[in-house]
Design a protein around this ligand. Structure first.
Ligand code: SF4
Length: 486
């Protein structure tokens, strides 16, 4: 009995039998190219090899044919399996679209007792009545959040400093728990706080209601206190004491910290990483400054460009890899996110880097005054007088009217990287994302002119660095693959 067709049946009869599948490439230097398929699998090729692929001058057995077929760059004309596989993988990667609006941010007050010059939210120091969210507005926010189609949602409290309006935080948590249980939904909570006002009462409430804590830590005491002034100049002491108390009472995994890179941080990345290690934090997110709020007014944004930030980032990443090589698992979180994109087809819920953009579809922001924004950065722009990302008002809108508003649909559809100039032909597009708020803020154009975009320069730099590290030392590659798998 013949169980298989003869080998000749599967052999290509030459270029006329082959088709080119969608591919994009990036020139590394005069001789080397990164060539990516539709879903971003990348092959390193010489110029001559790329020429042969695009002119289909490959035959089975020549090595290049096999590499190109395995990476779905070419297929036989009658072969549908390659296309089906690409389609399936693309669908998996875009599965985040099935999960509309998992994140709901409540700005419970704009007041803050810090006065950080890089503050992106334009905090206020006075006038409780004017800058605190009312209970009525908060309950309308809970209505809208629970109307999102997701089975499981996250409510995040931001400010200003949300602990200045902790009574309202408690009311929202209790209300959302009761109402979500009645309709079979699951809600989790995060408070983003500088920890200066942390009390036993706050910790007890967080323990009872499984509330996570997210805080800011910019590095060693002198750097942190310079970046984050407050009366008494003791922001660092309060933040580090607070982190230890949260770890002790809620558990090590219940607190995370974020750093912001200022000009003063650029030469100190090792000290910043060491500070995180000494506090037993489970990783670090090396973040650049964003172009919003006081960061613009005080000219903090613009004190360094993408190239200086990339030098800082690469030095930090290499230092972190050293630490991992010595046996301590300690990821850089942004690299981990991008590596998940580069090495797996798992959908990433990260709302700031995806296409369609995460505005509205990934998160809604309920401001203290009831205005609803498509992203946290969108409300930061509004504090600067630019209301381009304001979607509506809790007093009159519901989830449906906000998410289907012409403004949101227009902004999302205009910013797709899949068809944006420059992005549509970029090898990194499957791993990158649209950031319409950033590009609107810096170029007054939600699509952005990518050759002039610091966002684009930063991301190209990181993708290239990660690719080089993956192709370099096997030990580094193994560490990066472990981060991607986590
Ligand atoms: S923003 Fe830049 S790196 Fe990202 S997809 Fe567009 S061109 Fe590529």
């Amino acid at each position: 009995m013949v169980r298989f067709l003869p080998e000749a049946h599967f052999a290509s009869s030459g270029a006329g039998d082959l088709q080119l599948l969608p591919l994009r490439f990036e020139r590394l230097d005069d001789h080397r190219y990164l060539v990516a398929n539709l879903v971003g699998d990348i092959l390193l090729m010489s110029a001559a090899e790329l020429d042969r692929i695009t002119s289909l001058a490959v035959v089975p057995g020549d090595g290049l044919y096999e590499r190109a077929v395995s990476k779905q760059l070419i297929a036989r004309k009658n072969q549908t399996s390659q296309l089906q596989l690409l389609g399936l993988r693309l669908r998996s990667r875009m599965a985040f679209l099935r999960n509309a609006t998992p994140l709901h941010i409540f700005v419970v007050t704009l007041r803050c007792e810090h006065s950080c010059p890089y503050c992106q939210v334009s905090r206020r120091s006075t006038d409780r009545d004017r800058y605190d969210m009312s209970e009525e507005t908060a309950m309308r926010g809970v209505d809208v959040a629970l109307a999102a189609p997701m089975q499981s949602i996250k409510i995040e409290f931001q400010g200003g400093e949300p602990l200045l309006n902790f009574e309202l935080v408690k009311k929202i948590v209790v209300e959302a728990e009761q109402r979500s249980a009645a309709i079979g939904k699951v809600v989790s909570f995060v408070i983003t706080t500088n920890l200066a006002l942390l009390t036993d009462g706050v910790l007890e409430f967080c323990r009872e209601h499984a509330v996570l804590i997210s805080t800011s830590l910019d590095g060693p005491a002198d750097l942190h206190n310079k970046n984050r002034p407050r009366p008494g100049g003791n922001s660092h002491t309060l933040a580090t004491t607070g982190i230890r108390r949260v770890q002790e009472i809620l558990g090590d995994d219940r607190v995370g910290a974020l750093m912001t890179t200022t000009e003063a941080s650029l030469d100190r990345v090792e000290e910043i990483v060491d500070e995180y290690i000494s506090l037993n934090l489970d990783g670090i997110f090396l973040r650049p400054l964003s172009p919003y709020g006081f960061a613009i007014k005080t000219k903090q944004f613009g004190k360094y460009d993408a190239s200086r930030w990339l030098t800082f980032y690469e030095r930090g990443l290499r230092y972190i890899l050293d630490i991992n090589r010595q046996g301590r698992y300690f990821p850089e979180f942004y690299a981990s996110l991008l590596l998940k994109r580069m090495l797996t087809d798992r959908p990433i819920g990260y709302v700031d880097l995806r296409s369609p953009a995460g505005i509205g579809l990934g998160a809604l922001v309920y401001n203290y005054d009831g205005k609803v924004f498509a992203s946290d950065e969108g409300r930061m722009l509004a504090e600067m007088g630019d209301r381009a990302f304001e979607l509506g008002d809790l007093a009159s809108d519901d989830y449906r009217s906000l998410i289907l508003s012409e403004k949101l649909v227009g902004l999302v559809s205009a910013s797709l990287t899949q068809c944006a100039p420059q992005c549509s032909s970029c090898a990194y597009e499957p791993h990158c994302g649209a950031d319409p708020v950033y590009h609107h803020a810096t170029q007054l154009d939600p699509v952005g002119i990518k050759p002039l975009s610091e966002f684009c320069a930063r991301h190209k730099g990181i993708f290239r660095l990660l690719f080089e590290l993956l192709e370099g030392s096997p030990e580094d590659a193994a560490i990066l693959r472990r981060w991607a798998a986590a």
